[in-house]
Design a protein around this ligand. Structure first.
Ligand code: ZN
Ligand code: ZN
Length: 126
């Protein structure tokens, strides 16, 4: 795979994710970057960034795919077993810096797990 060729479009997306722990849905990114690139480009870059271990994705209760920056992941090792929190009021979704222990289940091999907590964020609570 190697290093991603840093086109302007790739840079734009990386910068967005570097802003913090906030996750963005694919739909939101396509809309936000509408003037800069088309939908196909957005999803192609997201796929590449995920391959490189720079971002990870998860699915929410509405079936939307969300993307967020990875911490300590690489293309060979995805250490993204952490919960996500989605605010049902404003829709803001973030990675939570918590470890989730996956139970070991006899005679089963767990490949992936998703943990989505839904509630009200600190901003909407006040
Ligand atoms: Zn909120
Ligand atoms: Zn996350």
């Amino acid at each position: 795979m190697g290093i991603i060729r840093k086109t302007k479009s790739v840079e734009t997306l990386i910068q967005l994710f570097n802003q913090g722990e906030e996750a963005y849905s694919g739909v939101y990114l396509v809309d936000r970057l509408r003037k800069k690139m088309n939908k196909t480009t957005v999803y192609r870059i997201l796929e590449r960034l995920e391959d490189e271990g720079m971002i990870h994705s998860f699915t929410d209760n509405d079936g939307l795919t969300w993307y967020a920056k990875c911490n300590g992941c690489s293309s060979s090792h995805h250490a993204d077993l952490h919960p996500h929190f989605k605010c049902r009021n404003c829709g803001k979704t973030v990675c939570l810096n918590l470890d989730i222990a996956i139970p070991s289940i006899p005679n089963r091999k767990v490949d992936s797990a998703e943990f989505l907590l839904i509630g009200v964020c600190e901003k909407c609570l006040t």
